[in-house]
Design a protein around this ligand. Structure first.
Ligand code: IPD
Ligand code: CA
Length: 257
């Protein structure tokens, strides 16, 4: 029968997620000589053998300790929960960065219960960065508490974003960028939604928006940003907006035209 976890149990979940993310990070830092690329929803949306290997390592390690938990993984891992806890996993967030050996790709592991997101870890070994959060206990960067920037006005805001793999949707996303750019300080496209959310959490970005994010993109980073004081919303059109309380409404209005 599912029941709420104690604070100590939540901390155990986070410690497990952080350990497993580090192990996946070690696997991924050992880059293969050649990549096997398999297309997913389109030719631009692909997985490599390393996405699959990382997901397998993470799922096996989590279930070894917590065999009753549910799993949702980007590369297809899926299993119902009988414990009340479900892990939401992106085994490489930023696969394009990973393929091109650009920094910032990461392993994103979140766990949710019947209330919502409970713990989150985003681990980016190329930039020696690990962000963590437990619901109600704040957010941390490499163990140090972090807070989003607030108050920030739109005309002084550094905003992160990303683009979907669907080319037709990119046309609309280009229009949104064209409208937004004259209104803000500047725009960044780093290549990983999970790190983008963590950048808002630690004040490296003032805000972030992206349409069409999947649960595994934001499961951990969304909790980390919320725990750092940011507002994270997804509207009916599927546009996620993350920013401090003062900036959030202005950014949401600006991208909705
Ligand atoms: C992608 C990255 C990217 C974002 C895409 C995501 P993936 O995740 O987070 O920054 O713009 O929407 O799908 O495919 O590398 O796991
Ligand atoms: Ca991924």
């Amino acid at each position: 029968m599912p029941h709420s976890l104690t604070q100590a149990q939540s901390r155990d979940l986070l410690a497990l997620a952080a350990r497993v993310a580090r192990e996946a990070g070690e696997l991924l830092m050992n880059r293969p000589v050649t990549f096997d690329i398999s297309a997913k929803t389109s030719a631009l949306d692909f997985a490599t053998q390393m996405d699959n290997a990382s997901e397998k390592l993470i799922v096996d390690a989590l279930l070894k300790v917590r065999p009753q938990d549910g799993i949702v993984g980007e590369e297809g891992a899926s299993r119902p929960s009988t414990s009340g806890i479900t892990w939401v996993i992106d085994p490489i967030d930023g696969t394009v960065n990973y393929l091109y050996a650009l920094p910032g790709w990461n392993i994103s592991i979140g766990a949710r219960d019947e209330v919502g997101p409970l713990v989150g870890v985003v681990h980016a070994p190329t930039v020696n960065s690990t962000w963590t959060a437990i619901r109600g206990e704040g957010a941390f960067f490499n163990g140090v508490p972090i807070y989003c920037n607030d108050p920030i006005t739109l005309d002084r805001a550094l905003i992160g974003t990303g683009f979907e793999y669907d080319v037709a949707k990119r046309v609309e996303q280009g229009r949104v960028v064209a409208n937004l750019l004259p209104l803000i300080r500047d725009l960044r496209r780093m290549g990983s939604a999970a790190v983008d959310l963590c950048y808002v959490a630690m004040g490296a970005f003032d805000g972030f928006y992206e349409s069409g994010l999947k649960e595994w993109d934001s499961a951990a980073g969304g909790l980390i940003a919320t725990e750092a004081g940011a507002i994270v919303t997804t509207n009916e059109a599927g546009i996620t907006v993350c920013a401090g309380p003062a900036l959030h409404p202005a950014l949401a209005r600006a991208i909705e035209g």
